[in-house]
Write a protein that binds this ligand. Structure first.
Ligand SMILES: [Zn+2]
Length: 173
């Protein structure tokens, strides 16, 4: 099995640098700037560390608030198309104060918030939580109509099971 593709790394040593290390992406390459005095061992340790840091930063930036709004538009088009603007939120954003909830929706101002705790979960789980909140813009309670609309998403049951499992492990409802 192939592991994650390692980028081409170019290490640049600088006599002006003393302790600071930095890294940036330049096309397909990653350039890592290190102090000239670093040993080979330090160099290899810092390259690994900077690659991990870069990957984490890029992973987070992909799932930005702007990306959430694009995701919402795609889900509306796929599953709630006949509701038109009724399903379109005014805002969708990541928040860190959800108190045990994965997502929430305020129909009065049409705002949707998703917990940062699901930010690193698989796409199909985030899609379920987001669709769930979008449907709340149409149906406020968890009635039969609500679940019929959410159930249009083929992975609804799987995503609910996934989240129940995570909650059980974390000891939260
Ligand atoms: Zn709900």
């Amino acid at each position: 099995m192939a592991g994650p593709r390692k980028p081409v790394v170019e290490v640049r040593r600088s006599q002006r640098r003393r302790r600071t290390v930095s890294a940036y992406r330049d096309g397909e390459r990653v350039v890592v700037l290190i102090p000239d005095q670093f040993s080979r061992a330090e160099e290899s340790e810092w390259v690994d560390r900077m690659l991990a840091r870069l990957a984490a930063r890029e992973g987070r930036s992909v799932r930005s608030d702007g990306e959430l709004l694009d995701r919402a538009s795609r889900l509306i088009k796929l599953y709630l198309t006949e509701y038109g603007t009724q399903a379109v939120p005014a805002s969708v954003r990541w928040v860190s104060n959800q108190n045990g909830r994965w997502g929430s929706c305020t129909p009065a101002d049409r705002s949707i918030r998703l917990s940062h705790r699901i930010q690193e979960m698989p796409d199909w789980v985030i899609d379920y939580v987001l669709l769930h909140e979008l449907v709340h813009l149409i149906v406020s309670s968890h009635n039969a109509q609500f679940w019929a609309l959410v159930g249009r998403y083929p992975k609804t049951e799987r995503a609910r099971g996934y989240l129940e499992g995570v909650a059980a492990v974390a000891g939260t409802p």
